[in-house]
Design a protein around this ligand. Sequence first.
Ligand SMILES: NC(=O)c1ccc[n+]([C@@H]2O[C@H](COP(=O)([O-])OP(=O)(O)OC[C@H]3O[C@@H](n4cnc5c(N)ncnc54)[C@H](O)[C@@H]3O)[C@@H](O)[C@H]2O)c1
Ligand SMILES: [Zn+2]
Length: 555
Amino acid sequence: MSNPKQMLPAPILFSGDEPFWEATRTGRLLVKKCNHCGESHYYPRVHCPFCGSGDTVWQEVSGKGTVYSYSIVARSRRPLAPAIIELDEGVRISSVIADADVYALKIGDTVQVQFMPTHEGPPAPAFTTIAAEAARAYSRQALMALGEIHASASAAFQRAAVIGAGNMGTGITLSLLAAGLEVLLIDSTQGSLDKGVERITESLTQDTSKGRINVTHKAELLGKLRTSTAMRDVADADVIIEAVWEQMALKKEIFVALDKHAKPGALLATNTSTLDVGQIASVTRRPESVVGLHFFNPAQVMKLLEVIRSTSTSAAALGAAKALAKRLGKTAIVVGICDGFVGNRLMIARERQASRLLLEGALPQQIDRVLREFGLPMGTFELQDMAGGIELSYRARKGTPTADWLIERLFELGRIGQRAGKGYYRYEVGKRAPIADPEVASLIYEASALAGIARRHISDQEIHDRLILPMINEGAKLIEDGIVDRASDIDLVWQFGYGWPNWKGGPMYYADNLGAAAITKRLIELHSKHGEVFRPAALLTRLAETGQRFTALPA
Ligand SMILES: NC(=O)c1ccc[n+]([C@@H]2O[C@H](COP(=O)([O-])OP(=O)(O)OC[C@H]3O[C@@H](n4cnc5c(N)ncnc54)[C@H](O)[C@@H]3O)[C@@H](O)[C@H]2O)c1
Ligand SMILES: [Zn+2]
């Protein structure tokens, strides 16, 4: 869910237009100027549309202009607006606005040309907004703030060991193999190892059938994979990543064994998503070498790696973790220990409100539409259907005070998500498009009634505020508590881990655009009606008073 460059359909190529397409390859936009009447017009017309003369020449234009008119394509993978642009030179051209917040577009907005890849064709001109360009420039700066990592440091990794051949362990193994490392996969039983290797092989087979790697390459990768049930075999690994069940006692047991067998200087990592990395490190005689490496599911695909430092983690270990991330082609963001780290902490704040809004009067399709129109690649309920969130939530809450009537009914009805063809939505066989389901709506109505809540109309604006402002508020607390080094790190986590578009910066960049004063004011209103999560963070209040911006705070 990073931000792949959007692709446009292949353009139709007419003879005589070669100079136009040659120019797009070097990032220049051409129009045709009529020698007869002096007017300019835009490709693909051969004759002058004003006087009919064929006596025309190519002329380079600035590519800057304003929006003359536009419409928005519903349900495209990324927001896309076909538009007529009035260039500064006075020529109107018909194009599209992409990689920009098209739902925030206004007639007269300033836009500039960008050249986008097409399916099997030369780059084609499209337009983007000045606001989107500014956010992208900010995103590039945010990446630069992470610092350079020397290739030599990344090359130092040759052998890795992964403990736990489950879902995450096999994904991490695939990622390490793809980066050219030798991997030793360890699990407690041969049966689990066999299943893990089967999953790895299946995934590589899929890669070959999709043409991502060839058969020889697949064999090479599998040739670099070894398995074992004996912990002592980790002795020659440069990095060891633990991905066993999420239980503190078990993790500690594993780290005692790793400490005993790993070579000096090896990087010892845990993939825990909730446990205290400092506590895990404390059972070893080398807590300075222990870090959290929080991979995202599926680990071989997701580009984000949260690197968790404990108070005892050394600078050298952090450096090694970042170098490993680079080798894996991932973006490493160093974060401190806290509930949910950075990504999930903000996600959970959003999900809680989403569930609450269902009870108060919204439906999944309304909430998800608001999030898509905001610019996210997917709504929260679609995402849960894709990731099996209902089942995870059911198992995590069952028998606890957080048990949830709606989640339990959905689970009991087998509505565990896309995999079952139904969850918060229903799905047609083999298709991924979510379809609103009346059965879910009536369950939600029943849940509201059981909770004694009179359903009301909920505006899109309220959904936006209830979902996005708590994320910003949590982000402010993370900065305040020193969990992140800088606000832009939170933004990068959301770009690389959750598909927040780089043309909208990230939650904290977005907060700066809204303004701390406006956010604080709205949070105070929401706090009086909807509880503690809306109490403005101290940092937010301070910024509101001083007029400072999150993204301008010193690191
Ligand atoms: N699932 C996710 O989305 C996700 C994302 C990030 C992090 N995590 C974390 O990754 C870790 C693993 O999660 P998972 O979803 O892969 O779990 P999983 O149940 O799929 O796999 C766990 C594996 O650990 C093995 N194991 C158990 N005890 C062992 C031992 N003593 N020695 C060796 N192997 C042992 C099990 O046999 C199993 O194969 C957890 O800490 C989890 O919190 C999960
Ligand atoms: Zn003319």
